[in-house]
Structures are given as structure tokens and as C-alpha cells.
Design a protein around this ligand. Sequence first.
Ligand code: CA
Ligand code: CA
Length: 126
Amino acid sequence: MKRIAMIGLVLICLLVTVGMILPVSAASSYVRGDADGDGTVTILDATVIQRRLVELPTPSFDARAADVDGDGLNITDATWIQRYLAEFENIHHINETVTIPNPTEPQPTTPQPTRDPYELPVVPKK
Ligand SMILES: [Ca+2]
Ligand SMILES: [Ca+2]
């Protein structure tokens, strides 16, 4: 009995150690407008938003994807999805994947041009 308990303890320690060593990516992504999270934007996504707004149950709901215009969830989000499906102008980039970077990963930076602080200003020729 002690042997089984010892093996279990070793396995738990091993799993904890592996979990601490392996990098866990916190980056996540979603499809803008995919309110139900099935990977595609359909009329069901507009319906899910409408149901959510009147507090009816929804089987699944992704608040980040549902707020397509970034001003909080409201009926306009369902309208934007309907407009997208009707092939109106897609100004909110509906059906595009949004990736949220891991805040601990270094972000690529654009090199800034260096300027000599003692450089004389350029005077345009007349
Ligand atoms: Ca969907
Ligand atoms: Ca919104």
C-alpha cells in the first residue's frame, strides 16, 4: 500500500515539475463575430448575441468575439454580423482571427531612426 502511495506521489511531483518547466503559451485567439465559438461566422452568431442580450440561455458564448466593434456587447454587434453576412462593407473585420499575444513574450519592436542630437537642422534651399 505504501508503495502505491509513493508511486502516486512521485507521479504528482513529476507532473507538477513538467508543468513548471514546459512553457505555457497564454496567447489565445478568436474569430471576430464568432459569438458561439464554432469557428465560423453565421446568422447563429447574431442570434446568440440577441439571446444573450435578453438573458436567454446560450449553449456557448465568447464575449470577446461577440463584441465586434469593441464598445461592449449590444444589439449593434448582431447588426454588424448581419450586415457582414449580407456582404455590406466589413469595417470591423468580422470573420478575421484576432490573436492576443502572451504578455510575457517579448514583442517585436520597430527600430527607431537614430538622430544626432547635435545635428544641425536642414534648411530648405530657396
Ligand atoms: Ca459561429
Ligand atoms: Ca459592441
